[in-house]
Design a protein around this ligand. Structure first.
Ligand code: FES
Length: 103
């Protein structure tokens, strides 16, 4: 079972945006869409650009700014190449105004 780690305050991730956090040495992005939090690896599986910084969110899809790969933030699956490998996803929740990620 995942151990939840507090990564920051809830207001650090406003609606429609994503932010990367260092979670026990892993770079994990947290995004908020329709009030729901999604956590996934911040590192694009194509050529390792950071996704949260500069990535464009459309619904539950995030597009890497480097070469346009798109990933489903819910499942981590590739929606559009050139990436071929899925992102790791994690559980995310909000407790007492703080964001927690399950690792
Ligand atoms: S590094 Fe993300 S699409 Fe190439």
């Amino acid at each position: 079972m995942a151990e939840f780690v507090t990564v920051g305050d809830a207001d650090e991730v406003p609606e429609g945006e994503a932010k990367a956090f260092d979670v026990s040495g892993a770079e994990i992005a947290v995004a908020r869409v329709d009030g729901q939090l999604y956590a996934f690896s911040d590192i694009c599986t194509h050529r390792h650009c950071n996704l949260a910084m500069g990535g464009e969110i459309d619904g539950t899809t995030i597009e890497c700014e480097c070469h346009g790969s798109q990933f489903d933030m819910k499942t981590g699956e590739v929606v559009n190449p050139p990436a071929t490998e899925s992102l790791e996803t994690y559980e995310a929740r909000e407790v007492d105004g703080q964001i927690q990620v399950g690792v």
